[in-house]
Every structure is written in C-alpha cells, then in structure tokens.
Design a binder for this molecule. Structure first.
Ligand code: 5SP
Length: 221
C-alpha cells in the first residue's frame, strides 16, 4: 500500500492543531516529524515537547525522522513522546545495528535513512532488520528544495534488492516531491511511503492531500 506522510516542517505552527486535523481528515495515513539538532544538519526544528503535545490530538502514525547526531541517546524519549516509527541516519549513528535494536526494544518500528551522497548499498547489511528505508531526495535540513534527480536510481536499486531478498521493507522518500512531476517518478521507481512538505502543508491542505492520493491510486496494484 502507498502511504502519505505529510511533513509539518513548514507548517504555520501558530495554527498547528487545525492543520493536523485537516491532514488527518483529508486521508493521510502518517505524520512526518522532522527533528533537527543544528549539528547533523544546519537547522534546528521541533523536539520532544511538540511531539508529546500533538500526540494528544492526533491518531496518525507518527513517523519521526531524527536528523541528529548519535540518535541512540534519545530513542526511548522519542518513543515515550509518541513515535510509532523512529528513523535514524546511517551517517549519524555510532553503532547502527545497536541503535536499531534499541528502537525495537522500546516497541517502535525502525527506519534507517541515507543522505543523497550516501550509497544505498551501505545499508544492505542491515536491510533485513528494519521496517523502512528513507531515501533523502534533497540534502536534509530545509523544506522547499528541489528534488535531486540522482536519487531516483537509488530508489530503483533498493526496491530491486528488497524484492530479490523477499523482504517486506517500506521505501520512503523525502524532499522535493511534487504531485505532477516528481511524485510519479518516485512511485515508478518503487517508493511506497511519500513525504510531502511544502506541496501538502502550504496552501489548501485538503486539496493537496487529495491530489497526492489520486496519483497513488494510479500506481496501486
Ligand atoms: O526532512 C526534510 C528536509 O530535511 C523534509 O521532510 C522537508 O520537510 C520536505 O519538504 P519538501 O521538500 O517536501 O518541501
């Protein structure tokens, strides 16, 4: 199944409750929460208090993307705050395998992410230990950037490897996904969890969400 995970990074935070309701009512299945530390990536975004607060008002699956150094230090806290899926960067972990084990031990699903310059083959050794791989299709740090074409082949290679090994691993893509241009490209390449940032939350959330879901239907078996 293809799922939509809207990112609230560029939301109007003064109006977040209403925006979350719109996202949920329009039919998105997940909520993508970008946590940035100002070290692994240049920006600082939201953290534990915001996730705890919105957990009380949202029934969506919380897809927490940790763009922080040594994320293993905070795994339990993000789980307690409400994360259902915790994704860490392969480039940011001291010991990726142990971090994945820690995520599972606290009852969350585990995801691993790679930046655009990191070969997707780097995570093949732990592919059977995660529920999701997040292929960054922009340099992590900011919303509203242009999709990097070089990432399409990474999605294809990853989907091929997952099929070859008979695994059930979701492929999530994040960055520069637009309904009429890059969305069909990533779906064709094999992605099945789609993060939409500015293309969903900026403007009419309901129409934007419905537009994405309509394209999904064209790619569903
Ligand atoms: O993690 C990030 C950026 O680092 C994202 O989740 C952005 O929020 C995506 O925004 P768009 O590129 O879709 O506008």
């Amino acid at each position: 199944m293809i799922k939509l995970s809207p990112s609230i990074l560029t939301s109007d935070f003064a109006n977040l409750g209403a925006q979350l309701r719109e996202i949920e009512e329009a039919g998105a299945q997940m909520l993508h929460l970008d946590v940035m530390d100002g070290s692994f990536v240049p920006s600082i975004s939201i953290g534990l208090p915001v996730i705890r607060s919105i957990r009380r008002v949202s029934g969506l699956m919380f897809d927490v993307h940790l763009m922080i150094l040594e994320p293993e230090r905070y795994v339990e806290e993000f789980r307690e705050a409400g994360a259902d899926l915790i994704t860490v960067h392969a480039e940011a972990c001291t010991d990726l395998k142990k971090t994945i084990e820690k995520i599972h031990a606290c009852g969350a699903k585990a995801g691993v992410s790679v930046k655009p310059a990191t070969p997707v083959e780097d995570i093949f050794p732990i592919l059977d230990q995660v529920e999701l791989v997040l292929v960054m299709t922009v340099e992590p740090g900011f919303g509203g950037q242009a999709y990097l074409e070089s990432c399409t082949e990474k999605i294809r290679v990853l989907r091929r490897e997952i099929l070859r090994r008979g695994l059930y691993v979701d492929i999530e893509v994040d960055g520069g996904i637009k309904k009429d241009t890059t969305l069909p490209v990533v779906l064709e390449a094999g992605a099945n969890v789609i993060v939409g940032g500015t293309a969903i939350v900026n403007g009419n959330i309901r129409e934007n969400t419905e537009g994405f879901l309509e394209v999904f239907r064209r790619f569903e078996p």
